[in-house]
Write a new protein. Sequence first.
Length: 427
Amino acid sequence: MNTVIEHATILPMTSEDSLFTGDICISGSEISYIGPKAPASCFPAEVIDGTGYAVLPSFINAHTHTSMVLMRNYKDNEKNLQDWLTQVWAIEAKLVEKDIRISSDLAMAEMIRSGITAFTDMYFMQWETAQSAIDAGVRADIGLTLFGDETETRHRIKDNLPRLMKYTQNELVNVSIAPHAIYTVTGGSYRYGADAAADLGLKLHTHISETRLEVDNCVKENGMTPVRYLESLGYFKVKSLLAHGVHVTDDEMKILSQYDTTIVHCPSSNSKLGSGVARVRDLRNAGVKLAFGTDGASSNNSLNMMKEINLGCMLASATTLDTSALRPYEALKMATIGGAQALGLDNLVGTLEKGKKADLIMVDMNSIANTPTNNVYSALVYSSTSEDIKNVFCNGEMLMKDRKLLTVNERWAKEKTRKTWADLCSR
């Protein structure tokens, strides 16, 4: 049966002035009608009264480490990213497959509650995360994470990529190749990973210029800044995501604007770890594509896209002394169509249009925080919280109804994650 959302404030995100009051009809996995009033052909249908709700594309988390919810609030007092990583890597070495599955289930629950229905992941044993996403009804771009030299990369791709690719038989799952970072992956490994991605038609996903130390060490060891270094290795010959980009230079921005690559802004994680703030205004003005990511829940410490959008706007204004540095509409674009473009899904999702997949959220604009609304884009960014997201759809399926999760057993996921953490600490 079709689903019709009536009398809602609809934000297609195709342009800033495209919002209107009207109806959306969902037929199967797609939007079959979007306009002022659903025609008779949409009925019979399950009708949802959208009065007082904003309906917009669901959010896309363009950089995360889903299973790191397991380490939430762990080692929060380390001085900087490198010190924190040293502590986290020690406990990650103890992880087994069941840990990844259980923590992934919790991550799916948290992301759905935050309006996220698509994410790109970089972690370990990610076939478990892929299955978790399928069971939850969420879109997943699973990055085959690479560490070490070219020999290790060859083995990882040979041994693990076929196993991951099996999950792409489900339309919700895609796979990318994800060299971790220039300080954990050799140039030969980056080059081999890029060649493999080009041969297989896959994307690339890596961390870049997250800290000043990373940039300084790259210049010292390679004689060039990180973006130039990756360019010299042929990294940008395929579509790529670059997480963080906090310390990208003006010259590097010009380089990035020439390629099909996206800087993924992770304001909470970068702030919490003292890494700095990405120059979003300058990146956008240079023509660099932008999206939002939460990073892992152990470094920010949640998978809450509403928080990232809010903080992203706040920090852009604070660091530039310019309130137009990242306007609410532009921030919402980064979290929707910007993320879709980064993941190569913009032909399917990211905007609300007839024929696109029904990935959307309904946000209560009658909440105390949103009253009066006055400007719906500003309200969504500066006033709303994830608690205002009442209904979530992905691929036409309702994943959350009136704040109740329909595809993930939240209570089970929380209980199992607590037990898993206790077990992990005792190993």
